[in-house]
Write a protein that binds this ligand. Structure first.
Ligand SMILES: NC(=O)c1ccc[n+]([C@@H]2O[C@H](COP(=O)([O-])OP(=O)(O)OC[C@H]3O[C@@H](n4cnc5c(N)ncnc54)[C@H](O)[C@@H]3O)[C@@H](O)[C@H]2O)c1
Length: 443
């Protein structure tokens, strides 16, 4: 049954969320035959109707094109997905969620469940590719689980293939990655991973041990979080000294050893990756006997940064009680509808605690936000959001907020106070227009 000559691989992707659906669609785009599986029947129903369950630029076109070409299908169970249309899956990609537990560790129960399902439905040599972000040694557990439930002792390998796509640019990131990381423990698994990714030209594949690959993902996300917290800490020093964090970041970033990316000061990072991966890496390090104190500090700086916004509002309004605060943007970053661990959630909680009346508007994540946030007014657009505001706060730097008619906004608000948590606007221009304007680390 092993088919190493054919370049097309039969793939089953388990978990059709931000990572699984994008990976599945893009693997089909590379020419493979892919089945995406999810245990949420409503998602599969939508996908079969051609409706995307998430907002991701360009995803719908890739999905529709590959469904039409017969390379992409959807299934409700691992059993169905592994033998869809009579084709046996040679590779199973696990892309289910790994949410944080109370203590900061990753909840890996969905990974265990999928491993068990895969073991029970294998009918030949299978490579189980771990794509979710997991702590080092998770693949050892997958291997043990599969062995335990693999009654016919069929051959298999477990590989680690962490995903580095970013929400908002996920399709492009998957098809043109900076690098592909593959942790393998056999020649067969390496050969299959090479076949799968062969159509992606100009991106190096880094083959490592399985454990190194697992660690690369946690180390990468923790390093990027560190860069963000570092520049946010620098922004705080800038504010106290009159320096400009954008100039400082530009001067730093031109040094090739530092690099310009991830040196943008703001109200902190959020989303389903950085906060939980940072936390999980700290937790894992402690488990293996290393106190990775730096990561704790990175987290503390980030938590503090979210509250920067409240400090700025109070500096202008004194008491927040009874005041109307308008929030432009809710998603943790632009071009996504993902509200998981968005800084806006903490900010709104604090504002409500202090008795503010909160109005908010987000171009895309509004519906997801409604499910998570109660007690605020969801506005129709940015202008409706700014109506009678004592203070307008920019939370997410959506492109449309860069093009707002500032004169119109100024005429709608009660007090012309703007706190820009993403340094979207030019301070001089905003002040010239009449705003009392505050931004992060800029005079
Ligand atoms: N979102 C990102 O930008 C991103 C980027 C890189 C890596 N990751 C990692 O990828 C993993 C998935 O993240 P996501 O954002 O795609 O999560 P998600 O919540 O959007 O998707 C997970 C999907 O798995 C499904 N699922 C859960 N248990 C299942 C089971 N037993 N069988 C079938 N389906 C099941 C859920 O219904 C859901 O649709 C996480 O480990 C995350 O850290 C995420």
């Amino acid at each position: 049954m092993k088919n190493t000559k054919n370049s097309k691989v039969n793939i089953c992707v388990v978990g059709a969320g931000y990572v699984g659906l994008v990976s599945g669609a893009c693997l089909a785009e590379l020419g493979h035959r892919v089945v995406c599986v999810d245990n949420d029947p409503s998602k599969i129903k939508l996908l079969r109707k051609g409706v995307m369950p998430i907002y991701e630029e360009g995803l719908e076109q890739v999905v529709k094109k590959n469904v039409k070409a017969g390379r992409l299908s959807f299934a409700n169970s691992v059993k169905e997905g592994m033998h869809y249309g009579g084709h046996r899956a040679e590779a199973i990609f696990i892309a289910v969620g790994t949410p944080p537990r109370e203590d900061g560790s990753a909840d890996l129960s969905a990974i265990e469940k999928v491993s068990e399902d895969v073991a029970k439905n294998m009918t030949g040599y299978t490579v189980i590719v771990e794509k979710s972000t997991v702590p080092v040694a998770t693949c050892d557990w997958i291997e043990k689980t599969v062995k335990r439930h693999n009654k016919h002792h069929l051959p298999f390998d477990v590989a680690s293939n962490p995903e580095f796509l970013r929400e908002g640019t996920a399709v492009g990131d998957f098809l043109k990655p900076d690098r592909i990381v593959a942790g393998v423990s056999s020649k067969e698994a390496e050969a299959l991973m090479r076949r799968i990714y062969k159509p992606i030209k100009n991106s190096p594949i880094v083959f490592t041990s399985v454990k190194s690959a697992e660690l690369i993902k946690h180390a990468s996300n923790s390093f990027l979080s560190t860069k963000i917290s570092f520049i946010n800490a620098v922004a705080n020093v800038c504010e106290k000294t009159g320096a400009n964090v954008e100039d400082v970041a530009r001067g730093m970033g031109l040094d090739k050893r530092i690099g310009a990316s991830f040196l943008k000061a703001g109200i902190g990072f959020g989303g389903f990756c950085f906060p939980k991966d940072l936390e999980a890496f700290y937790w894992l390090s402690a488990q293996v006997g290393y106190n990775f104190e730096l990561l704790k500090t990175v987290k503390d700086i980030n938590e503090g940064q979210k509250m920067w916004l409240l400090k700025k509002i109070e500096e202008e309004l004194w008491n927040i009680q009874g005041k109307t605060i308008s929030l432009l943007g809710l998603a943790f970053k632009p071009e996504t509808d993902d509200m998981r661990f968005a800084p806006s959630l903490d900010i709104i909680r604090e504002l409500l605690k202090r008795g503010a009346k909160v109005r908010a508007y987000d171009p895309i994540s509004q519906e997801n936000a409604r499910k998570r946030i109660k007690g605020i007014y969801f506005a129709k657009d940015a202008y409706d959001c700014a109506k009678d505001a004592d203070c307008v706060c920019l939370i997410t730097e959506w492109k449309e907020f860069g093009k707002l008619d500032q004169k119109k906004l100024l005429s709608i608000v009660k007090h012309q106070i703007m706190v820009d948590g993403r340094n979207l606007y030019d301070p001089a221009k905003m002040r010239e227009l009449g705003w009392t304007y505050k931004s992060v680390g800029r005079p």
